[in-house]
Write a protein that binds this ligand. Structure first.
Ligand SMILES: [Zn+2]
Length: 128
């Protein structure tokens, strides 16, 4: 049985629109400190789509985040309203869509939680 669903959403100002196919079973919430800082939220949830299953209308701005390990990740957001859209690898093979701007976000419940070692105590209580 496939748990693939079609998702779509636009940024707050409407300049960027994204459609994709994601698997509900692959939705995850990241508690790392980079996600906390960049999202302005205690946790950041993502749904994953391969490059061939994502369509981007509009021109996101990109910031390349360098990890302590030297690993680089593209972080894309709307240059006008700042809505966070996705992260991807430097080869643009796999896209981690931020679920917050997707219309189907209520269906995209994270199945896994990663980097909980840097999770906030009160948030970890909520997901117990
Ligand atoms: Zn925008």
């Amino acid at each position: 049985m496939s748990d693939k669903i079609d998702v779509n959403g636009n940024c707050h100002c409407g300049n960027i629109y994204i459609q994709a196919k994601v698997r509900k079973s692959e939705v995850r919430a990241c508690h790392c400190t980079d996600c906390q800082k960049m999202s302005g939220a205690p946790v950041r949830a993502v749904a994953i789509a391969p490059a061939e299953e994502i369509k981007i209308t509009g021109k996101p701005r990109e910031y390349i985040k360098k990890a302590d390990s030297g690993n680089k990740r593209i972080q894309a957001f709307c240059p006008d309203c700042g809505t966070q859209l996705f992260a991807t690898d430097m080869e643009r093979k796999l896209f981690n869509l931020r679920t917050g701007f997707l219309e189907q976000r209520n269906e995209l419940k994270p199945e896994t939680h990663v980097f909980t070692s840097s999770g906030l105590n009160w948030m970890l209580e909520l997901i117990k």
